[in-house]
Design a protein around this ligand. Structure first.
Ligand SMILES: NC(=O)c1ccc[n+]([C@@H]2O[C@H](COP(=O)([O-])OP(=O)(O)OC[C@H]3O[C@@H](n4cnc5c(N)ncnc54)[C@H](OP(=O)(O)O)[C@@H]3O)[C@@H](O)[C@H]2O)c1
Length: 272
């Protein structure tokens, strides 16, 4: 692989750099980063991770992988600006809502486009990353993209039509889970714990539950049944949740999030 060129130097770009450098998947000397105006930020990334600030967009020419880590509404203009420097590079987009076809068209069809939807835990290398590739992306390029992003968490390859659904599941998932945990924390404090102890118990409970689900290969329903003895404490609490229709509310919330992801994609496309 030649150089990696990253357009955008924000939170997501840093998560990517941190992940691939920490896991020694890429030599930081091969990573170039360019943003719009904030030169200090490029120097900061250079000092922290050993990557190099790029001089101009023309350096895209030397890269085999180009990463679009800019806001969705900036993506298509940026693709048009870099089209002259593209000649078959893998172009990986982190931008929500911008379709593969729109990126292909803006970049003059001169790149192999991979669209991803990472979630916030990529910042601590525990992300869930939905990934869809254009049909013309070669198996080798796809493997390379998956390998790079695997340094930030678990990559799930899917058809592009499923990316809006993934936005609702893994993209918004940390927000939904945090909403539930907020209520658990409030209840734990009302039951007498300090906020600090409540949080320690809750965070470890979430991490432990996730580990058990993965390692024992159980479905959430199976684990729920295992921990619910008749007339026990979990049984008493779950009866309240069922009575208030909490599961259905969560299903409705995720449907709404998926619809919103689709709508936002249409809004970004219309702006062009
Ligand atoms: N953060 C996450 O956890 C997360 C999760 C899922 C998806 N994403 C996606 O990742 C992308 C980046 O998000 P972010 O949170 O990293 O954004 P951010 O922190 O706001 O950073 C945006 C970066 O883009 C640069 N930029 C904007 N327009 C540019 C242009 N035309 N040319 C060069 N650089 C340009 C900005 O540079 P200046 O500061 O110099 O203006 C800034 O460095 C977004 O599309 C977002 O939807 C992020």
């Amino acid at each position: 692989m030649d150089d990696i060129f990253i357009l955008g130097a924000g939170a997501m770009a840093e998560s990517f750099i941190k992940g691939v450098v920490a896991q020694q998947a890429v030599d930081p000397a091969r990573i170039r980063v360019l943003n719009r105006t904030n030169r200090d930020r490029l120097v900061q990334l250079q000092e922290m991770y050993g990557v190099s600030p790029a001089g101009s967009l023309a350096e895209v020419r030397r890269a085999s992988v180009v990463i679009l880590s800019i806001k969705p509404y900036d993506v298509l203009a940026a693709c048009k600006n870099m089209a002259d420097y593209l000649s078959g590079q893998t172009l990986i987009s982190f931008a929500a809502g911008i379709s593969i076809a729109a990126i292909q068209s803006a970049s003059g069809g001169k790149a192999q486009v991979v669209r991803t939807m990472p979630n916030v835990p990529v910042a601590v290398m525990a992300g869930a990353i939905a990934l869809a590739a254009a049909p013309d992306v070669s198996a080798k390029r796809l493997d390379e993209a998956v390998h790079l992003l695997s340094q930030l968490g678990e990559v799930v390859v899917m058809e592009e039509a499923m990316i809006d659904a993934a936005t609702a599941v893994s993209g918004s998932g940390p927000g939904f889970l945090s909403y539930l945990l907020e209520a658990m924390e409030q209840a734990a404090v009302e039951l007498g714990f300090t906020p600090e102890l409540a949080r320690r118990l809750i965070i470890q409970t979430v991490i432990g539950t996730a580990h058990v689900l993965r390692e024992w290969e159980l479905s959430p329903a199976e684990l729920r049944k295992r921990v619910t003895s008749p007339n026990g404490t979990t049984h008493a609490g779950l009866a309240v949740l069922a009575g208030r229709g909490v599961q259905q509310a969560i299903v409705d919330a995720m449907r709404q999030a998926a619809m919103r992801a689709e709508e936002m994609g249409l809004e970004y496309t219309r702006q062009e």
